[in-house]
Design a protein around this ligand. Structure first.
Ligand SMILES: Nc1ncnc2c1ncn2[C@@H]1O[C@H](COP(=O)(O)OP(=O)(O)OP(=O)(O)O)[C@@H](O)[C@H]1O
Length: 304
């Protein structure tokens, strides 16, 4: 869906990106993570031509963006910024309706879409006529997300979308984004410098360092012992083994043998880290999991 082919970007004497090649397949939630100045935002802005490559090509939906009209390209791609970028003198409803209006939708279609989107991002319909200045940070981010989704783009770019909100709101917004991604199947490219956020949200993680792509793959693979050191240290947060267990569903280590009748049961949807925690709490090394069991040695084997 998005293909960076050997892309380099130079700004005067600064090299922001060096020979990055990355394929983001349709339906992925690809998180770009890396230290400040590593080139994450620059890589994202190549997709909607806010930045042009100095070398290499960027293909979106199979065609080189260099040959595409920037305005039309941008209308076809949702964009969520850290600062929200909401128009301060326009109501929430008018902000959300920006792209549909540019596309010439009639007012009743826009109004219906705004109502649907407020529901999708779980905002009270009563907020529609407010100005952005009268919203909380979390509400403003939800409006920003609704605006980006308005014309139902198949690609969404999100640059540090949850950077400016408190930790609890951040957690809620992440959960919302996961739900929306699962429901809509959109291809999402999201920038963060928060490794925990990267692991929690991503189906694909791309790790940047000094303008180079140093690792790419599914979250659990990038905290595995054979992952490149830089990625494992950055994403592992000092506990790569536990982080890995927290990314794997308990079922991957399920044993067909039944558990003893008095074994504590593990809830559906639990991860291997949840299982380890339950074992530590109860002092038991076998848990009941569905019709079978989960054994400590099988859990530990998956952390490696
Ligand atoms: N428009 C620009 N002009 C000049 N240099 C730029 C420009 N945009 C980015 N850079 C430089 O390119 C490098 C990469 O910047 P970029 O914003 O992509 O990094 P980042 O990983 O997104 O950082 P952060 O997490 O701090 O936002 C930095 O050295 C930055 O100073």
């Amino acid at each position: 869906m998005i293909h960076f082919e050997n892309v380099s970007v130079r700004f005067g004497g600064t090299t922001a990106l060096s020979e990055v090649t990355l394929e983001v397949p349709a339906g992925m939630l690809c998180v770009l993570v890396g230290p400040s100045g590593s080139g994450k935002s620059t890589l994202m802005k190549l997709v909607n031509r806010l930045v042009e490559p100095s070398a290499g090509r960027v293909l979106v939906r199979g065609s080189d963006v260099a040959g595409q009209d920037p305005a039309r390209l941008r209308r076809s791609i949702g964009y969520v910024m850290q600062s929200t970028g909401l128009f301060p003198h326009r109501t929430v409803a008018a902000n959300i309706g920006t792209v549909p209006r540019l596309l010439g939708w009639d007012s009743s279609r826009i109004a219906a879409r705004v109502a649907d989107l407020l529901e999708m991002v779980q905002l009270d319909p009563g907020l529609a006529e407010r100005l952005p200045g009268a919203l909380s940070g979390g509400q403003a981010q939800r409006v920003g997300l609704a605006r980006a989704l308005a014309a139902d783009p198949d690609i969404l770019l999100m640059d540090e979308p949850f950077g400016a909100v408190d930790p609890i709101t951040r957690r809620d917004l992440r959960a919302e984004l996961r739900r929306i991604h699962a429901e809509t199947g959109k291809t999402i490219l999201l920038v963060t410098h928060d490794p925990e956020e990267a692991l929690e949200l991503a189906s694909q993680v791309a790790v940047l360092r000094d303008g180079r792509l140093v690792a790419e793959g599914p979250p659990a693979a990038l905290v595995a012992p054979d992952a490149p050191d830089f990625a494992r240290t950055l994403l592992g947060g000092g506990q790569p083994g536990l982080r890995r267990l927290s990314l794997l569903p308990a079922e991957v280590a399920q044993d067909a043998r039944p558990a003893p009748a008095d074994a504590p049961a593990l809830d559906e949807g639990a991860t291997l880290a949840d299982a380890l925690s339950r074992m530590a709490e109860t002092g038991r090394d076998v848990l009941a999991l569905g019709q079978g069991s989960l054994r400590l040695e099988a859990v530990l084997a998956r952390g490696r």
